[in-house]
Design a protein around this ligand. Structure first.
Ligand code: SF4
Length: 238
């Protein structure tokens, strides 16, 4: 289908020279614990059903997580936290994500990001973020007939996502809604957008990122994460 075709095209993308060099170098040098593995070292596509009602959006793949395994939030501590929570609230069939063939399936939810290649220090440049924007805009456009809510992990992801949502056919108010944990805004479909098909209002939830920096310090607890995912699942009829 169209989303598979988009993903197939995405994994060939080499538009950002710095990120192409970094993702491949990380895959050559590797982390000692993974030295016998072949890293994915390419753009990481979104993961989950093509008729998802909910999207969970991070920022970019982790160097030794998704950039190694080829699947969003798979094979690192952030993913351990995220998928355990998704399992608890009924959005995943198992609590762990380790590799492409680990049997994980998501229920009505697609996990994706506004930047698809691992950046040095987990920080894409504004130019890289803008260059990658069209991929997520196209993905959300294809999900639009069923999509009801988005959970955004972290303030950087929130800032990167707002222009993507505009490009994908929703109206983002000005001034732009501010990120905060537990924040919920509802965006209306942009009727003036001639190419946009029928779509529903979109509930956008802010959630602190599942990084170790937040989870080890207790800034983001499992209960806080479950709570946001549960609210998002509810408005998505999941
Ligand atoms: Fe392509 Fe996005 Fe990767 Fe840049 S970050 S090379 S635009 S997939």
């Amino acid at each position: 289908d169209a989303l598979s075709a988009l993903d197939a095209e995405l994994i060939e993308c080499r538009a950002c020279p710095r990120l192409v060099a970094w993702r491949e170098e990380v895959g050559r040098v590797k982390r000692a614990a993974f030295r016998d593995e072949t890293y994915w070292a390419r753009p990481v596509p979104g993961f989950g059903p093509h008729d998802a009602r909910l999207a969970v959006v991070g920022l970019a793949p982790a160097a030794h997580g998704a950039n190694r395994t080829g699947r969003m939030f798979t094979g690192d501590r952030s993913g351990d936290v995220l998928y355990a929570s998704m399992y608890r609230v009924g959005l995943a069939n198992q609590p762990t994500a380790t590799s492409l063939d680990d049997g994980l399936a998501l229920l009505g939810t697609r996990v994706t990001s506004p930047v698809h290649c691992a950046p040095p220090d987990n920080k894409p440049t504004p130019a890289e973020r803008d260059t990658c924007r069209h991929w997520l805009a196209s993905e959300l456009d294809l999900l639009a007939p069923t999509l009801r809510a988005v959970v955004v992990l972290g303030g950087f992801g929130w800032q990167a996502l707002m222009p993507v949502l505009t490009a994908a056919g929703w109206i983002v108010p000005r001034p732009r809604p501010r990120f905060g944990h537990g924040v919920e805004v509802v965006l209306q479909p942009d009727e003036r957008e001639p190419d946009a098909g029928p779509r529903a209002p979109l509930h956008v939830f802010g959630c602190y990122h599942v990084s170790q920096q937040n989870t080890f310090t207790g800034r983001l607890t499992p209960d806080m994460l479950d709570d946001v995912l549960r609210r998002a699942a509810l408005v998505s009829d999941l």
